[in-house]
Design a binder for this molecule. Structure first.
Ligand code: 5FX
Length: 499
């Protein structure tokens, strides 16, 4: 009828947005993208700054080699994050699917009875208040923990040695991996283990069947629908680890290598075909393709070590750190350094090792600038040496994609470009883990709705974020680093054999 407003047609149609979450070591982040995968909303809760009552430093608590985080802190962070997202103006009704990622290997121990509490959450109350008593172990071991050496040895022995274990699971035994952490709880805190709802015996019956990574697990819970007004049909796509989500966020192609310079530095590659796990690095499930895998190397001493050296030698200033790096030549006059403040994962060493041009071990470098360059070159040469052992070849045709906190430091990236003799790119939007989670949500829903698998890179083809060239390799420096990589590998082996 003309002249009479049609109330129904004035109700805004539901938009098709996707929410990605990233539970990283230091903070919980969220990003919301639209149908074209353009970023609309972002929010973050920093554990140390925004939740000081948990007294974490860098998101964790350290007690020797035992490194944990209060489990309920992560829940409270989610409560705060949801409120922050609301303040950005997001209408949760517009979210069609959610996915997420988290620091890998952290384990959560649900107390007996937790499932019941989870299924009857009161939407008028914060989740952290209702889940406060739901954890049998209050502090979750996280990926930085290295307290389970003896459990690793036992498992490798029981399963026929490290290579057999790697053939079975993609990795030899590493302290941070969840199986060893669970074994430690069983052995050292049996009463907590037996007060945990979802653990052995009868584990197989208690767990749902594994699913391929892009699976929509079902609609969001009524708690979120009632508290935040999500649409009840909003789908949850299986979450993954932070590094796999980052691989999705960077839309890697065969031959590319991704380097994430964050709390931990990681190097990862897309693996097609049958993987051949070795004693170094890990083979993980691919987060977007059920027929592929990914290879990953994890270096525990990443940004925290860079920050320590910056604080001590460059007056806590990145500008001074860059200036020191710039006033020393590639190759550092032959000085080499290895800085493993925490027990390193690749390779398993702790300590600081400095060498002069004659490969003799020395206690200190004379100049702060030498220390700074030795740190940057040492960290990047290690990545090259270990990536080559995984079958990666450097060279001008290869593309290195960088992400993570230090990926906006041009002086570090120039050394990276020279060490890998490769062009270095970054995506216009940082935060590849969170973005990767949002992309996986969109992809998972698209596959569900089309009923046939859509290859991820095809799905992303006209939606992937732009990437820009940051650095080109400089011929002379690249040639020098070729020989320095071989020398670094020899020095690293000598350190390992002397342990
Ligand atoms: C990989 O195996 C790791 O342990 C780390 O990269 C963590 O996932 C960092 F959160």
């Amino acid at each position: 009828m003309s002249g009479v407003p049609d109330i129904l047609s004035e109700v805004a149609p539901r938009r098709n947005y996707f929410l990605g979450l990233d539970f990283s070591t230091q903070q919980l982040k969220a990003v919301v993208v639209d149908e074209k995968l353009k970023v609309l909303h972002e929010a973050a809760v920093n554990f140390d700054r925004n939740l000081p009552e948990y007294r974490t430093s860098g998101g964790v608590k350290k007690n020797g080699s035992t490194i944990t985080a209060p489990t309920v802190m992560w829940v409270k962070a989610l409560d705060l994050l949801m409120d922050q997202l609301k303040i950005t103006g997001l209408d949760f009704q517009d979210i069609s699917a959610i996915s997420g990622a988290g620091q890998q290997h952290g384990s959560v121990y649900w107390r007996k009875g937790a499932e019941k509490v989870l299924s009857t959450l009161d939407p008028t109350k914060f989740m952290f208040l209702q889940l406060a008593n739901c954890f049998s172990v209050q502090d979750s071991p996280v990926w930085m923990d290295s307290s389970t050496q003896s459990y690793c040895e036992t498992m490798e022995k029981k399963l026929g040695g490290p290579q057999k274990l790697a053939d079975l699971t993609g990795s030899r035994a590493y302290e941070r991996f969840t199986g060893h952490q669970i074994a430690k709880v069983l052995t050292e805190k049996a009463e907590l283990y037996f007060n945990t709802e979802m653990c052995a015996p009868d584990l197989k019956e208690k767990l749902d069947k594994p699913v391929v990574a892009h699976t929509c697990l079902g609609p969001i819970s009524s708690y979120f629908v009632e508290r935040y007004s999500f649409d009840p049909s909003c789908q949850v796509v299986a979450f993954t680890g932070d590094n796999p989500a980052s691989l999705a966020g960077m839309c890697l192609e065969a031959g590319d290598i991704a380097i994430s310079l964050g709390t931990s530095d990681t190097v990862f590659l897309w693996l097609s075909g049958k993987p051949t796990p070795s004693l170094e690095g890990h083979v993980f499930c691919n987060p977007v393709d059920p027929d592929a895998y990914m290879a990953l190397l994890c270096f525990k001493n990443g940004s925290l070590t860079r920050e320590r050296i910056r604080n001590v030698y460059a007056n806590r200033s990145w500008d001074q750190f860059d200036a020191l790096l710039a006033c020393t030549p590639p190759g550092n006059h032959g000085y080499v350094g290895m800085f493993f403040d925490e027990k390193e994962i690749t390779p398993k060493i702790q300590g600081t090792f400095r060498f002069n041009a004659s490969d003799q071990r020395i206690n200190a470098f004379e100049e702060p600038a030498t220390e700074v360059r030795a740190l940057v070159e040492g960290q990047l040469l290690a990545k090259r040496v270990h990536a080559e052992r995984l079958g990666f070849s450097t060279g001008e045709s290869c593309r290195v994609f960088v992400t993570g906190g230090a990926s906006n430091n041009k002086s570090i990236l120039q050394v990276l470009s020279d060490v890998f003799n490769a062009h270095v790119y970054t995506q216009d939007t940082a935060n590849s883990t969170c973005l990767g989670s949002a992309y996986r949500a969109a992809h998972g829903l698209a596959v569900k709705e089309s009923d046939v698998f859509i290859p991820f890179n095809e799905f992303m083809a006209d939606r992937r974020p732009n990437f820009s060239l940051l650095c080109r390799p400089r011929l002379e420096a690249a040639q020098l680093y070729d020989s320095m990589a071989a020398r670094y590998a020899t020095l690293e082996s000598s350190v390992l054999t002397q342990l």
